[in-house]
Design a protein around this ligand. Sequence first.
Ligand SMILES: [Zn+2]
Length: 243
Amino acid sequence: MLIMRGVISGIKSAVRATNYTPMAKNVVPFQGFRLPEIREFSVESSPACWNCQNKSALRQNMICSDCGHLQDVNAGINYFKLLSFPTQFSLESQKLTKSFRQLQTIVHPDKYSNKTSREQTNSADWSSLINKAYKTLATPIERGQYLLQLEGEQMPQDNSALNKEFLMAMMERNEEVEDAEDTKTLEDLNAQLIKELEGMSQKLNSLFEKKDLQGVKGTLVEMKYLLSIQNSIKQKQQSLLGS
Ligand SMILES: [Zn+2]
């Protein structure tokens, strides 16, 4: 009876965890994750340049190729396009970082300090959008959620995508974290989680390739669980070190 009650309360807390209340401030990839509206242009037509009025092509999606003025930020731009990547889950993270740094150099506010105030504002706006795009694409779970939204799908609001076995296993792992009495045990648990998360990231890749969006959703929710356990490990480690 007591055991049953423990199991039920465990399931309840696991269910609550799907609604995702981050346990620490440094891990807020989900609640703080808001996507911009995705603007669809029927034709890939650039709006007229605010400076020279020409409708010329944009360099790096940002700069008028006629007069070289930095255009207003396009918050709805596809992050993959902004960072010069194909819109797909698989990407080379070193290449992504390189592309990110190149873009940040181009729009660096120091370069615009002597320019018009509109360009100064634009450089700050682009710079923060590039940061946001990079952070989104660099993290597998955020990249997965972003791609899912580009496909017109949303993350499930409940844990119906999960099976009971998975939830039970997660409860057990939470208990392992709670019961851990030294940092070595916690490190081992964390190493295991890192391995599993890598495997899930590979799984996401093939699910996206197969356009299995249901599978994608399920995997993303599972990743959230693992990340929340990882978060508990961090907290526990801090409390062990602090005491
Ligand atoms: Zn222009």
